[in-house]
Design a protein around this ligand. Structure first.
Ligand SMILES: O=C(O)CCC(=O)C(=O)O
Length: 291
């Protein structure tokens, strides 16, 4: 479906680096997505430690599940795949990024009731660098998130055009969050906290400083997140999580693959993407045996 955003909305995204679209997702999709989440939460009850589908809190038990995150839900249930790969989230990505869109990854941050973990202030692009800064993440609250004590997503307006912070500890190990000193400089006191009824959508650019507090309420805060980029924005391998983004990662979800790519200002014709295909060798290609 072609979704057209008002130009004022697009301008806001460009200026602030984020959007909140209250109640954007309809009740039909919400119930499909909630049913899929409930099925997976049920499956997590019997999951062995180390099951890569689930990130559970230390006191997760089969009779009392406590999940932080479901990894790559798009690979685990057709409802999540339909929503992210050719559904309302894809429509919105196209409206924001233009006709050619690549999917990167998805995750479902559940942030369980009564103490679900905080997400410390960070930017996303350092986790999965690309050849440009077009990547953005579309989130959908699967339940009402109207109170501050639920740990809604907080985003610092305009931070997407500012400094890209070091997300490492002083000893060089990865912390995944801004240091205290950088947090003090990052104007997090100006953060907008994105709240709304179930079906409300958040969008944030990959360079936005964002995070969220502990869920101190008695209700979970399920936020389904999916990340897209322009199709001519390429995830860099050999750094960050790009090689671990799930089975559906990197696929084109709208439009066509641009025939060229540009790096350091130099443009070259792009080879086909053999990520999920079969490349034989330069010999078979040059002899015209394979393409
Ligand atoms: O769940 C949230 O509040 C923030 C999510 C986020 O920033 C992340 O998972 O990288």
């Amino acid at each position: 479906m072609v979704l057209v955003l008002e130009s004022a909305t697009l301008d806001r995204y460009v200026a602030d680096g984020f959007l909140l679209l209250p109640g954007h997702i309809d009740a039909h999709w919400l119930s499909r997505l909630n049913e899929a989440m409930d099925r997976l939460v049920d499956e997590s009850r019997a999951a062995e430690p180390g099951d890569r589908r689930f990130d559970t809190e230390p006191d997760h038990r089969s009779d009392r599940p406590r999940l932080r995150r479901i990894h790559s839900p798009v690979d685990l249930d057709p409802a999540f795949a339909a929503f992210a790969l050719d559904g309302p989230a894809t429509d919105l990505a196209e409206a924001l990024l233009g006709p050619n869109v690549r999917f990167h990854h998805s995750k479902l941050n559940i942030k369980w009731a009564d103490g679900g973990d905080e997400v410390k202030w960070h930017q996303d692009i350092q986790f999965w660098p690309h050849t440009d800064f077009s990547p953005l993440t579309i989130g959908v609250y699967l339940d009402d998130v109207v109170d501050d004590d639920m740990g809604p997503m907080g985003v610092v307006p305009g931070s997407h055009t500012g400094e890209l912070y070091d997300l490492r500890n002083p000893d060089g190990s990865w912390s995944g969050s801004l240091s205290d000193a950088d947090t003090a400089r990052a104007s997090v006191d100006r953060a907008a906290y994105l709240k709304g009824p179930a079906g409300s959508v958040t969008v944030h650019n990959c360079c936005c400083v964002h995070g969220s507090a502990v869920n101190r309420s008695d209700r979970s805060r399920p936020l389904l997140l999916q990340t897209y980029s322009r199709a001519d924005s390429y995830p860099l391998l050999g750094v960050g999580t790009n090689g671990k983004a799930g089975r559906s990662a990197h696929q084109l979800v709208r439009g066509s693959l641009p025939p060229t790519l540009t790096i350091e200002g130099r443009t070259m014709p792009a080879a086909p993407d053999w990520y999920n295909g079969s490349y034989q060798s330069i010999f078979s290609v040059q002899q015209g045996e394979t393409g």
